[in-house]
Design a protein. Sequence first.
Length: 134
Amino acid sequence: MATSRIEYLGGLRTKCTHLKSGTEILTDAPVDNHGKGEAFSPTDLVATAYISCMMTIVGIHCNENNIEMVGGTGEVTKVMASGPRRIERVGIELDFSMNNWSEEIKERIIKVAEACPVAKSVSEMMIVDIEYTF
């Protein structure tokens, strides 16, 4: 079964529908690539998926190992390159400071986060800078 359905709406905009839940995401071409920049661009979604995946995998690890995870926040910065146009770099800032984790758990969290499926799926040409706050 398909995961999602994407419809081109015109004006360099798409509507992406998650088929199982019906949740929708609009995408728009960025201003620097002929678009209006009024929604996530497809490359924004890739960068956002990276950090979202890291946080999700950390949550799974904590659940499976009886580690209390109060929460976490993060920000991602995407830098584009040309020739060919692609994501050159993502800067990821993860803040888990609201958790009372030991040094041993912090080390495990970093290893788990950096082995997430999105990290294993993106091009090795993309530079990834990750900063953790515990």
